[in-house]
Design a protein around this ligand. Structure first.
Ligand code: P6P
Length: 337
């Protein structure tokens, strides 16, 4: 009978990796996992509950909110604000950050940025959705926690992860020492280690991009897509287009099978669509820790200066060689233009 390692056991075992941490980060990761189990329970029966469909409200992004993403937002904010380890929670669904008043609680060491239910527009059609989280250390204890503690470069993350609510529910995270994946075993209500030491294949044949916007893409992206299509006929290793429209699901597949996910800029969206703080930085940390690459087509995502909370960035992320190859098309197109 193979040994079952639960997320809790794994975190304790890895605690030794952080000689200076006194368990706060471990407790924070456990708080996130508990909220994920609660959200998972509702996502799995969304069709049976009156939590499908639109809540009639819109979030800071001006996107119509599904009832489930309001529920998920409330669950993660509640778990993080009551856990005592956070001094700030920044949710992609909220306009402003939530500062946990140290007068009411011991001042938490950590800042959590979270996208509570990414891809939620897919819920009604049973497409996998996800939660994405990013954890930073508070910058200093001499001043009250504030926005500056959230607007940190991706390289400052101490941990990042995602939960994918799909055919199974998985929690994948890194603390800067590799990437490990845990699958929820509903029979015991525990996330169990199922994917130790996850690595992105250096190469792959899957490209993920919303080709519906093809006419608006930069020249380099158009040429890269054409290359993938033409290569299809010329070699025995045909490229395959796979686009789910749920970032967590698209990147999770590429993490396991190899591939590249691209959400480029267009004339109408010069910074692309995806958020640097809530989506791209955490995913970039995870993919780099798994041996992959994540850039904006030119520069490492993790080194981009974070100037505002809901800042967006173009993103090229996945198998290292595929991202490098796509960047070459971007560079060549700029040189020739
Ligand atoms: P489009 C979902 O709304 C999301 O934020 C990501 O999860 C996903 O990758 C992207 O937007 C899909 O955007 O424009 O292709 O529908």
């Amino acid at each position: 009978m193979p040994k079952v390692t639960t997320l809790g056991q794994f975190i304790i075992e890895k605690q030794a990796d952080f000689p200076y941490a006194k368990g706060e980060l471990s407790r924070l990761l456990r708080d996130i996992a508990i909220a994920a189990k609660i959200v998972n329970r509702e996502v799995n029966k969304a069709g049976l509950m009156d939590i499908l469909g639109q809540a009639g409200s819109t979030n800071i992004q001006g996107e119509s909110q599904q009832k489930l993403d309001i529920f998920a937002n409330e669950q993660f904010i509640s778990a993080l604000t009551s856990g005592g380890e956070c001094c700030i929670v920044a949710s992609e669904e909220n306009e402003d950050i939530i500062i946990i008043d140290p007068k009411d609680r011991k001042a938490g060491k950590y800042v959590v940025a979270i996208d509570p239910l990414d891809g939620s527009s897919n819920i009604d059609v049973n497409v996998p959705v996800g939660t994405i989280f990013s954890i930073y250390r508070r910058k200093d204890f001499d001043t009250p926690p504030g926005l500056c503690d959230v607007l940190q470069k991706g390289t400052e993350q101490v941990a990042a992860g995602y939960i994918i609510y799909g055919s199974s529910t998985m929690l994948v995270y890194t603390t800067g020492r590799g990437v490990n994946g845990f699958t929820l075993d509903p029979s015991i209500g525990e996330f169990c280690l199922s994917h130790p030491g996850m690595r992105v294949p250096e190469d792959g044949t899957i490209y993920s991009i919303n080709e519906g916007y093809y006419m608006h893409f930069p020249k380099g992206v158009k040429q890269y897509i054409k290359y993938c299509q033409e290569e299809d006929r010329a070699t025995k290793r045909p490229y395959t287009s796979r686009y789910i429209g749920s970032m967590v699901a698209d990147i999770h597949r590429n993490l396991i099978k190899g591939g590249i996910f691209i959400y480029p800029y267009t004339a109408a969206t010069p910074s692309g669509k995806l958020r640097l703080v809530y989506e791209c930085n955490p995913m970039a940390f995870i993919i780099e820790q798994a041996g992959g690459r994540a850039t904006n087509g030119d520069k490492r995502i993790l080194t981009i200066e974070v100037e505002e909370l809901h800042q967006r960035t173009p993103v090229f992320i996945g198998s290292k060689n595929m991202v490098i190859h796509a960047e070459e098309f971007m560079k060549e197109a700029i040189e020739l233009s």
